[in-house]
Design a protein around this ligand. Structure first.
Ligand code: C2E
Ligand code: CA
Ligand code: CA
Length: 630
């Protein structure tokens, strides 16, 4: 139990205690002088002054931010000594004056002793180890004194004092418990009993201040469970809570008392290590430690008859002299943890400078992307799709971001940033609008494509007003006939979402004439059954398979299987990333319907596409008609 805040409370009482001893103590000297017992009173007051000076020193020695556990412990023991001494001195003066019956000084002595007991029970209430013995030291001599009077009123007073002692002990104990409970609740997470975020941040701040001086190092581990949301969503929050408790218990058992563990909220935990002399020690230990911990977290869970399997992503960050701010180190650990997530979860990443630079770049992109639309930096390219006769029958719309500082930024880089920040909605709408305008213009110029494919991101697809917006855009820019040229390319990640909802949205869009293509097919989550349930019309065979054709027989098999399967389901197929004649021939032979890739054309701007279309289709047609004539 961390008791530093109580130490602070006890420290504050030192000055009050000194004041309450030195000032009324003067009255005893006066009384001693008046009644001829000045000498012992002066000796007593001198001792009280010495103890007070000791207390004064303790008050100034207390620097919780800079003291480690041992020096705090030493300080606390001295503090206890101070309080014991000061109350023993009060008892001593009581014992001395209570025998002075002739001047009625004993009345003053008795009252002072009772008063001092009340003071003790109030000032020391935060620490049971102090108030309990001190109250006994104060009250027992009083009880005995009354009993020794030998008269009936003495016995009555003795009994009353005992009751009074009982009441003081009882009320101190109650307040103590209440304080402890409040303190515990303020520092701990109710579900798991681990420390909470608030405590953790304060703890880190104190720790960092100490590390600045000691030149030592610790590491922190930020642990985030993978796909925990799925457990909550599918099995309910009760099970989710139990899983979190079990995870917390596993972490606690593994860490023992050497580490500080906190739950930061949700499914995020953090562990702070012991202190080490060098960063190298710290790093390698942190890694081994995390690996074992990850294995423990991954062991199967049996909760209410459910067998569950979890994994976690862990970010490690070394904490030393680099910065003074706790949030700084937590943020870096967070970056490392997110990197572990990005690399496919179930992993451990150590924060380093390169990662930091990448994140900075990422943030910079995020910031600039925000203004990209406003500054007209977003452009569209159109990559031709050809049929078996290499005629242009379609195109895929690909977005380009031309930034004055960075040049062309690849959509693979900025689309997921836009998805993360939510900007994809605005960006997506802009792309749709521009693309629709192009489609209308091309139709007007006699460029009649069978299909006009636009990439739709998952986030965009599930945006509440997506269907409505498409409807408005179609009404504004297109005819019914043009709308039926449109293909929306969605990726397999869409399948993580609620399948009923996907189908509902797709059906609504289909009534407007739009068809769907499954992009990057074969790389993700698709299962055959989900594919059959969904109103998909086309499969796009991923570039990664196509590029390995002729080199890996497994990929050839894969492509053949996909093409056969598409055939069975009655889906048309587009092979992406065709770069060579051999790849084209292979795909052609195995029944792919359409082809797209650098072998035919790179993504082109509007005018280039128009020229390419005219040349290609015109030439092919001319060639065909020539062949006819012959
Ligand atoms: P994608 O949908 O798989 O797009 C195909 C990517 O492959 C494009 O990259 C295209 O330029 C590239 N490519 C085409 N043929 C070849 C080839 O023969 N060889 C090689 N090496 N590459 C080829 P790009 O334009 O950089 O787009 C990357 C990804 O960004 C796209 O992958 C898509 O997921 C996303 N994206 C692009 N435009 C949009 C958009 O307007 N909206 C959304 N949501 N995502 C987009
Ligand atoms: Ca695509
Ligand atoms: Ca693709």
């Amino acid at each position: 139990m961390n008791s530093q805040r109580f130490y602070l409370f006890l420290q504050k009482q030192i000055l009050l205690m000194i004041g309450l001893s030195m000032i009324p103590g003067l009255a005893y000297i006066l009384l001693g002088w008046m009644y001829g017992v000045a000498e012992p009173a002066l000796i007593w007051y001198a001792m009280m002054t010495a103890v007070s000076l000791f207390g004064w020193k303790l008050y100034h020695d207390f620097k919780p931010d800079l003291m480690d556990e041992t020096s705090l412990e030493i300080w606390y023991n001295r503090l206890s000594l101070f309080y014991y001494l000061i109350f023993i001195l009060w008892t001593v003066i009581f014992l001395f004056y209570c025998t002075e019956t002739k001047y009625n000084l004993h009345y003053i002595a008795i009252f002072t002793q009772i008063g001092a007991s009340v003071v003790a029970s109030t000032l020391l209430v935060s620490d049971k180890r102090l108030f309990l013995p001190v109250l006994l030291i104060m009250m027992i001599p009083l009880i005995i004194y009354f009993a020794l009077i030998g008269e009936w009123y003495g016995y009555v007073l003795s009994v009353f004092s005992t009751i009074f002692l009982g009441v003081l002990l009882y009320s101190s104990e109650n307040s103590y418990r209440l304080i402890q409970k409040n303190y515990y609740q303020a520092q701990h997470d109710a579900l798991t009993g681990l420390y909470n975020r608030r405590f953790f941040v304060e703890y880190m701040e104190r720790l960092i201040a100490r590390l600045q001086i000691s030149n030592k190092f610790v590491y922190i581990l930020l642990i985030d469970l993978d796909h925990f949301k799925t457990i909550n969503d599918t099995l309910g929050h009760d099970i989710g809570d139990k899983v979190l408790q079990e995870v917390a218990e596993r972490i606690r058992r593994y860490c023992g008392y050497r580490y500080t563990i906190a739950r930061l909220g949700g499914d995020e935990f953090v562990i702070v290590s012991q202190e080490y002399e060098s960063t190298e020690d710290c790093q390698s230990l942190a890694f081994n430690f995390s690996e074992t911990l990850l294995q423990l977290i991954k062991a199967p869970y049996l909760i209410d008859d459910h067998h569950l399997y979890l994994s976690a992503s862990i970010g490690i960050n070394g904490v030393g002299k680099r910065a003074t701010d706790a949030q700084h180190f937590i943020k870096e650990a967070d970056i490392a943890m997110y990197e572990a997530k990005a690399q496919g979860r179930d992993g451990i990443i150590l924060f380093n400078d390169e990662l930091s630079k990448r994140v900075e770049h990422h943030l910079e992109i995020e910031r600039r992307l925000y203004f990209a639309l406003e500054h007209n930096e977003i452009e569209l390219r159109y990559q031709p799709q050809v049929n078996k006769d290499q005629e242009v029958v379609g195109c895929e719309v690909l977005v380009r971001w031309n930034n004055p500082e960075y040049g062309f930024v690849s959509p693979s880089e900025f689309i997921h940033i836009a998805e993360k920040t939510g900007l994809i909605i605005e960006l997506g709408n802009y792309i749709l609008e521009e693309a629709f305008k192009t489609l209308r213009a091309w139709n007007a110029r006699g460029i009649k494509l069978k299909q006009f494919s636009i990439n739709i991101s998952v986030r965009q697809f599930f945006h509440t007003s997506f269907g409505k917006e498409i409807e408005t855009l179609i009404k504004t820019f297109l005819t019914q006939e043009m709308a039926s040229q449109i293909v929306f390319e969605v990726t397999e990640t869409i399948l993580i979402e609620d399948i009923e909802r996907i189908i509902q949205t797709m059906k609504r869009l289909k009534t407007m004439g739009i068809t769907f293509s499954m992009d990057d097919f074969g790389t993700g989550y698709s299962s055959l059954s989900s594919l059959r349930e969904m109103p998909i019309d086309e499969l796009k065979i991923d570039r990664s398979f196509v590029s390995r054709l002729g080199r890996h027989s497994a990929d050839e098999q894969m492509v053949k299987t996909i093409l056969t399967m598409a055939n069975i389901f009655g889906l048309s197929t587009v092979s992406e990333g065709v770069e060579t004649e051999e790849q084209f021939q292979f795909l052609l032979k195995n029944g792919s319907d359409m082809f797209q890739g650098y072998y035919f054309a790179r993504p082109l701007d509007k005018e280039q596409f128009e020229t390419f279309y005219m040349e290609r289709n015109g030439k092919v047609k001319r060639f065909k008609s020539l062949a006819y004539e012959i």
